[in-house]
Design a protein around this ligand. Sequence first.
Ligand SMILES: *[C@@H]1O[C@H](CO)[C@@H](O)[C@H](O)[C@H]1NC(C)=O
Length: 135
Amino acid sequence: MVLPETPIFMTIPLLICIAGQFLVAQSEPNTSVNLLWCNLNGYSQEEVYASSVADVLMDLVNVTPNLKGFKYRTVAGNALAVSFGHATCNEALSNVDCADCLSVAKDAVTTGCRNSVGGRMELVDCGIRYENYPI
Ligand SMILES: *[C@@H]1O[C@H](CO)[C@@H](O)[C@H](O)[C@H]1NC(C)=O
């Protein structure tokens, strides 16, 4: 690829470019699944609790990446249907990688624990959980 006659001023940018791709790849969050756990109690999608769950998960994904330490607890809903949430990211991640990881975790717990009153998705680099009781 780097021919002997290639001038040095072309070779160096090429090497920087190749090295840069490795650095970008390394900074991606690891979203391999460690654990998926769903509360065995269910609810029907029509119930107001469904919107409490959607709200609590959205809040976790939006706020956690902006907090020092990447740990956040929150609550959503009204007195009839409260959902409690908790999220964390690996502290070594950037804010953007934490957000990306939690977004994957949110989608996975939403799909994996459909209609459960609680769910917990632990990925290698982040985790998200919601329940109908304080956590
Ligand atoms: C993500 O973590 C898992 C479990 O620790 C590991 O086996 C896998 O190689 C990691 N993937 C990447 C891309 O680092």
